[in-house]
Write a protein that binds this ligand. Structure first.
Ligand code: F6P
Length: 547
């Protein structure tokens, strides 16, 4: 009997010449609908994919054979599925409210501590918002600066941007992540130090970029407020920490009562639901942060209890694996038709590429399949005027997600309809393309000569049949956003299961960190360091050019 791998390869060969536009009108090929709705608010449409009933049953079989249901249940049960680090991955516990599903880490209940920290966050946000929490000079806070990087930055940054129409707490939240001093300098340049609160966000509290920026922020504050710079407590009222290493935050000089904890069973890139979401709650108010959690929880419950045939993240993850491995799709574009979601591609880059950019299986063997694709993207319609040309007529298969809200929070709904017309038009163009004959008749109708029309038609032929998932929702509310992010988290998990890799570690980023620490003394104190000749030449040139 042929293996599932062989069946999928043979199936792809057949489907390669099948057009999704034909499948849409052929009930014999597709008995099951390919669109799904979560809670009447998130509509996910796979119908523009060149897949038929057989594709779906093969993909569901693939998930079953890979043990997806058991592995998902192991994640829910708090088993140490992060095998390399022997930890559970319990981000779902962070959004399971009181009375909802109870989660355990290593057999110990976690719901109570999760809800305890959330209630501390709620109280803290209320105090800051009401001006009860004050800075060193007695002024209430008007600005919040989150200092963090990677998972301690990208999630809350993306959500704050996505929910900016809801940012009515009177607190302006900014983000600093890069160790490049320009990032902090620019952020602080117009801020009033007496009214600025810093959130130092770091799971490990060892990250060079974050600690360097936090130290620099403290110097800035002390200098501006005329505080004693050797006294870390002097500016203490302006600093809170979010971390899974509270002792290190204390050693940094942050008061114990100003430390919001989370736990080692929360992966950095899965942490926006934890205290790492503090800047979100400060920007949009705690009740909306709670709505975000509840949207994610609804998606979790769907993932946990829906049969694979109807399970949105399972199908999405299986399709992603299928295109990566059988269609040679090396990249995946995320195209929000929603300016407020402009940061979503950057957030998803870490989520997917740091999770699944791996070459070793969970059994420590070389991986035999293709793992994470390159994730990229930009907001429509801007992207239409930059890289859509390549998506329509380029030679590679790029899979795509497009998303849009029926209603905008902006006042001009007329302009929003232009955005939606483009969203729908692009979806149709990716599906149908444009054949030569149709293009030629358009050019002839415009009055071109036969010869000119023939040439123009060859160049404007668009193959179409691009694999695209379209998602729509009534409005980008906190609930919808929570569900959307959780959908991507589980999609990444499904792909990891199908590749048999651990999505919850990230050893690949360590080497660069170690080498940077070795190289730094050579730049700051001329200490000798052993590097390759190319790096040495660059270092010498940089030093020559330093003023
Ligand atoms: O360098 C990668 C990484 O470890 C990410 O996984 C993490 O989100 C980021 O650094 C920041 O880490 P921390 O929150 O510990 O400062």
């Amino acid at each position: 009997m042929p293996s599932l791998d062989n069946l999928l390869a043979a199936h792809q060969k057949m489907m390669r010449h099948t057009r999704a536009s034909d499948l849409l009108t052929d009930p014999d090929q597709r008995h099951r609908p390919l669109d799904f709705t979560l809670g009447e608010t998130l509509f996910v449409d796979f119908s523009k994919h060149p897949v038929n009933d057989e594709t779906l049953s093969l993909l569901v079989q693939l998930c079953r054979d890979a043990g997806l249901e058991n592995k998902r249940d192991a994640m829910v049960s708090g088993a140490p599925i992060n095998t390399a680090e022997q930890r559970p991955a319990l981000h779902m516990a962070l959004r399971s409210g009181p009375g909802a599903r109870a989660y355990h880490a290593d057999g110990e209940p976690v719901s109570q501590i999760v809800h305890g920290v959330l209630s501390d966050i709620e109280g803290f946000c209320a105090d800051v918002q009401a001006g009860k929490r004050k800075g060193a000079t007695g002024r209430p806070f008007t600005h919040v600066v989150n200092i963090g990087i990677g998972g301690s930055d990208l999630g809350p940054r993306m959500v704050c941007q996505a929910l900016r129409p809801y940012a009515d707490t009177g607190l302006e939240v900014r983000f600093v992540s890069n160790v490049d001093p320009s990032d902090l300098e620019q952020c602080l340049s117009d801020l009033d130090p007496a009214a600025t609160l810093f959130v130092v966000a770091s799971k490990t509290f060892t990250t060079q970029e974050t600690l360097t920026n936090a130290e620099a922020a403290r110097h800035w504050l002390n200098a501006k407020l005329g505080l004693d710079s050797s006294d870390v407590a002097a500016s203490g009222a302006h600093f809170v920490a979010v971390t899974a290493a509270p002792d290190r935050a204390k050693a940094f000089g942050i008061e114990a009562s100003a430390i919001f904890p989370f736990w080692d069973w929360v992966g950095g890139r899965y942490s926006l639901w934890s205290a790492i979401g503090l800047p979100i709650a400060l920007a949009v108010g705690y009740p909306r942060f709670a709505e975000l959690l509840s949207g994610a929880n609804a998606l979790d419950e769907h993932f946990i209890s829906t049969p694979l045939e109807e399970n949105i993240p399972a199908l999405m993850g299986a399709l992603a694996y299928y295109y990566r491995n059988y269609w040679d799709a090396a990249s995946h574009a995320v195209l929000p038709y929603d300016q407020n979601l402009e940061a979503l591609p950057a957030y998803l880059q870490q989520l997917e590429m740091e999770s699944n950019g791996k070459s070793v299986t969970t059994d420590a063997a070389p991986v035999a399949v293709r793992t994470a694709p390159v994730i990229w993207g930009a907001a429509g319609t801007n992207a239409q005027h930059s890289f859509f040309q390549c998506l329509h007529q380029g030679t590679d298969t790029v899979t795509m997600d497009m998303m849009a809200a029926a209603n905008s929070k902006a006042a001009d709904q007329g302009q929003h309809k232009i955005l939606l017309a483009n969203f729908l038009a692009q979806g149709q163009a990716f599906l149908e393309g444009q054949d030569q004959a149709r293009a030629k008749s358009r050019f002839l109708a415009k009055g071109m000569s036969e010869e000119q029309a023939e040439l123009a038609a060859i160049n404007s032929q668009i193959v179409g049949n691009r694999p695209i998932t379209m998602m729509i929702y009534p409005e980008l509310t906190p609930w919808v956003l929570g569900a959307l992010i959780a959908l991507y988290e589980h999609r990444v998990f499904v792909q990891a299961v199908l590749c048999n890799i651990n999505p919850f570690d990230q050893w690949g980023v360590e080497l660069g960190k170690v080498l940077a620490k070795e190289i730094l003394p050579a730049l700051t104190a001329d200490k000798p360091v052993t590097v390759d000749p190319s790096t040495q030449a660059l270092m010498d040139r940089l030093k020559d050019w330093q003023s």
